[in-house]
Each structure stands twice: as C-alpha cells, then as structure tokens.
Design a protein around this ligand. Structure first.
Ligand code: KIV
Length: 269
C-alpha cells in the first residue's frame, strides 16, 4: 500500500479519472491522487456532481489505480452513498476500497450525520479525507458554486466543521473556495493537513482538477484554477490535421501501412 509521506510539505494532490491520467500523475511525482466526483463535470459532461454513481467512481477508480499503483489514492464517495445511514455508508466504502484498491476515501460536509460516518469508517480502518467550504455535492443548498466563509456564520461553520472532522478521525481536510486568511487560521488550528483549492497559499497542500490545469476542460474559466497547458486546443488541432490528411489521402502513408509478398497477392488476383 502506498504510504503518504508525512514529511511532504506542501502536499501536492491532483485529480485523475483514467489510466493515462493516473500514469501521468504518478510519473510527475505528486503526493496524492484524487479520483474526484468532479468526474461528473469534466469527464461525463453533467452540469453537477450529483448524478455521479458509486459504479462510476469504482469504474474510474480502478483505471486510475492501474495507472498509478504506487501513489496514495483517494476516491470520492459520491452524493447519496453516505447520506442514508452509517451502515449504507460503511457498505459503500468497503466496496470502493475493495474494488479500486484506494488508500482512502473523501466525503463532503461536517453535519452530525457525516461526522458519524467519518467516525465509523475511521474506527473500522478506512482513512477518510474531509471536505469543507464549498461542497459541490450540495452546492444548491449553499447558494450555488460560490465562495464560502465570508460572513460570521459561514466562517465559524467552516472552522468548526474542519475541527469536528479532525475530532471524528479524518486524516486530512480539503478546504474549497474560502478566503485565504480563513484557510490560514484553520490550517493553524488543525493538526491534520489542510489541502486547499481556492483557499490560498497557507494550506498544507494544494489540489487542482487536472482537466482544469491541463486546459482539457474548457468550461468557464475558474478563478480557483490555473491553466498550465492548452491540451484542449492541442487536441483540436491534432484532430483537424488528421481529418485533413485523411481527406487529402496523405494518411495513412507508407510507413503506417503493412506490406505483403507479391506472389501471395498475385495468387489472389
Ligand atoms: O471532486 C473533486 O475533484 C474534488 C476536488 C475539487 C477537491 O473534490
């Protein structure tokens, strides 16, 4: 089982959704890979993470694990799979761990019900990463995909939620879309690492959705993401060039074709 290097500071986490994504992330030497339920948006074309199923997460988690056998792998429990009681949550968690080979699971929120689940999973040997701030699975209830923690109540809720997740046994907590100074305070208060996305530079680690950082997924430009490449554009240019060569009959060329002996062909003629 891959170890999470305790000394790695800051921790580098990226998402991956398939075998090549796992391979690239592992080759790049990241500390953790997350099979995020952002899968729903950036791979499956849904407009939220809510439709993502346990079967989707297992299917993609297995592929990522095949590509990244030696990196600490976290898989998201999708919406609805840990909201109907601790027994269901435990059953779903065991299924994901057994079938994907994940090292840990991530779930969103810090309600008493979610904290119950975190406690049950961790007591039964399943490491859990928490997630507070903006929580895409329940974003509608949070007023949409907007920054959290800006007013008294929301800032207090986010801080208390992170502390409660730690108390329940979480080994790390994602802080999504909260002011940098709130993230700093939470990071200082917690003994477990915080992993930020849109939460400033003071978190113990950072995570980005790989399709955002690669420019594969060119939806609306997100403030919390930085594009390090233009893979979407490169892909379109390559496919356009291929189409032009097919239409111009310059592909396949000789070097892409197989040969056979004349006498074998002559017999057919
Ligand atoms: O689903 C996901 O990709 C996530 C990250 C944004 C942390 O939860």
């Amino acid at each position: 089982m891959p170890e999470l290097t305790a000394s790695a500071d800051p921790l580098v986490m990226v998402t991956a959704y398939d075998y090549p994504g796992g391979r690239h992330a592992e080759a790049a030497g990241v500390d953790l890979i997350l099979v995020g339920d952002s899968l729903g948006n950036v791979v499956l074309g849904y407009d939220s993470t809510a439709p993502v199923t346990l079967a989707d997460m297992i299917h993609h988690g297995k592929a990522v694990r095949r590509g990244a056998p030696n990196t600490f792998l976290v898989v998201d429990l999708p919406f609805g799979t840990y909201h109907t009681g601790v027994h269901d949550a435990m059953r779903h968690a065991v299924k994901v761990i057994q079938e994907t080979g994940a090292d840990a699971l991530k779930l969103e929120g810090s309600t008493p019900e979610v904290l119950d689940v975190v406690g049950t999973l961790t007591r039964n040997g399943i490491p859990v990463m928490g997630h507070v701030g903006l929580m895409p699975q329940t974003a509608t209830a949070q007023g949409g995909l907007t920054v959290q923690g800006k007013d008294d109540a929301s800032a207090r809720r986010t801080l208390d939620g992170a502390l409660a997740l730690q108390d329940a046994g979480a080994f790390a907590a994602v802080l999504e879309a909260i002011p940098a100074r709130l993230a700093r305070l939470i990071t200082e208060r917690l003994a477990i690492p915080t992993i930020g996305i849109g939460a400033g530079v003071h978190c113990r680690g950072q995570v980005l959705v790989t399709h955002d950082l690669l420019g594969v997924y060119e939806g609306e430009h997100k403030k919390i993401a930085k594009r390090y490449a233009e893979v979407g554009q490169v892909s379109r240019e390559a496919i356009t060039a291929y189409a032009a060569e097919v239409r111009g009959r310059t592909f396949p060329a000789r070097e892409n074709s197989f040969v056979m002996k004349d006498d074998v062909l002559d017999k057919l003629y």
